[in-house]
Design a protein around this ligand. Sequence first.
Ligand SMILES: *Cc1c(COP(=O)(O)O)cnc(C)c1O
Length: 482
Amino acid sequence: MANIEFFTGENIPLEMHKVRIVQKLNLPPVEYRKDAMEKAGFNTFMLQNKDVFMDMLTDSGVNAMSDRQQAAMMVADDSYAGSETFTRLQNKVTEIFGMEYFLPAHQGRACENILAEAYVNEGSVIPMNFHFTTPKAHITRLGGRVEELVIEEGLKINSDHPFKGNFDTDRLRKLIEEVGPNNIPFIRLEAGTNLIGGQPFSLENAREVCAIAKEFKIMTVLDASLLQDNLYFIKTREESCKNKSIREITKELSDLMDIIYFSARKLGFARGGGICIRSEEDLKKMRELIPLFEGFLTYGGMSVREMEAIVVGLDETMDMDVISQGPKFIQYMSDELQKHGVPVVTPAGGLGCHINAGEFVSHIPQEEYPAGALAAAIYIAGGIRGMERGTLSEQRNPDGSEQLSEMELVRLAMPRRVFTLSQVKYAIDRIVWLYNNRDLIGGLRFVDEPKTLRFFIGKLEATSDWPEKLAKKFREDFPESL
Ligand SMILES: *Cc1c(COP(=O)(O)O)cnc(C)c1O
């Protein structure tokens, strides 16, 4: 997305693509939306997509493909073993990341499962800038422990720090000395740190972290699922990288790592995933797990068509016009919401616009899941499906008490190249309406609570009749509107 100024001075992001396939959307009336939310157990994951107008749940597997990706899918080489498609994917990964070996897996968490099975033992400690739900679940499943070492600024909702996803390297060093390098199978660096608002780390910080790892002979693992946003921010926010190409930045970052894995549901605008490996020794540790959990070594549970789409998608990720669309739309949405007083995470990150539910509905105690309640209210108010990223997404402590989250956020993901600016403006409008009626929003409580990853399939109910009151107020304010 090139920098194009408007004569009238309007400051809006201009799409550097045109739409050639469309999907009709459906916006049911507010009364229906309230019933649908109740039926879904106040869990936006459980809504039917036909009842959703703007699906901002996630950027996973829902990014728009390019014409070149679609074309590549038609020439996929479908064979169980030795497929040309796999060779193309392996070559592309090697070209971009400079690592010799590649193991395919069906999505990001599958890579995490393989990594955890290969390296995590009872008592292992895995330092990371911040946890993500799926790697944490795999690490703890095997008796390991996660240590979050993001800089203090990373946990401040509002800040002007350009790289809130940076590691606190002093704490990293201290942790290694405390637990001993032998108990640390690897350090995990998460690009575009998901759970703190899609916040990037800097290339300089990655260099420092990897230098420490090297000093103590600890392996470095990059979770590159959200790398494309992180690359955009390195290029636009890191002075020393202004004149470097995206390819050069990617290569410099990869050169620091022993292993890079990614969810191709995000990176590469397709579906799938894989693990890029530098050494033969590490390859051997993980290779035999692929046929066991994923599929044979030349497809790893992916369809060959998706693999062809990843090849082209990874190539397009090296194009600044392509990777700036998401962050620029998110910046626009965050800026407009702020103009109307709506509390959002700043600076705007990648992946989505993050609303600070802790402040938006500060009257709801954390035990009643303010971010979950706000996500439900946003659906009722606008048919917009977002995701809770707060206490509801945490796992309970071993004694059964709630692990209160550091932040209560609602993430409105911006699937790449999917929404038009008028749709984004609609979302802004409905959230501003909701903000002006925020006192009507109440809390939630569990009716059916799964033990792991409870946010995916748990069922909740409202603690009062607030959903009825909210829908009624909407009808008063918009007598004729859906
Ligand atoms: C989505 C995501 C994953 C998991 O990938 P899936 O393909 O959804 O399994 C891992 N890490 C990060 C940072 C992610 O955003």
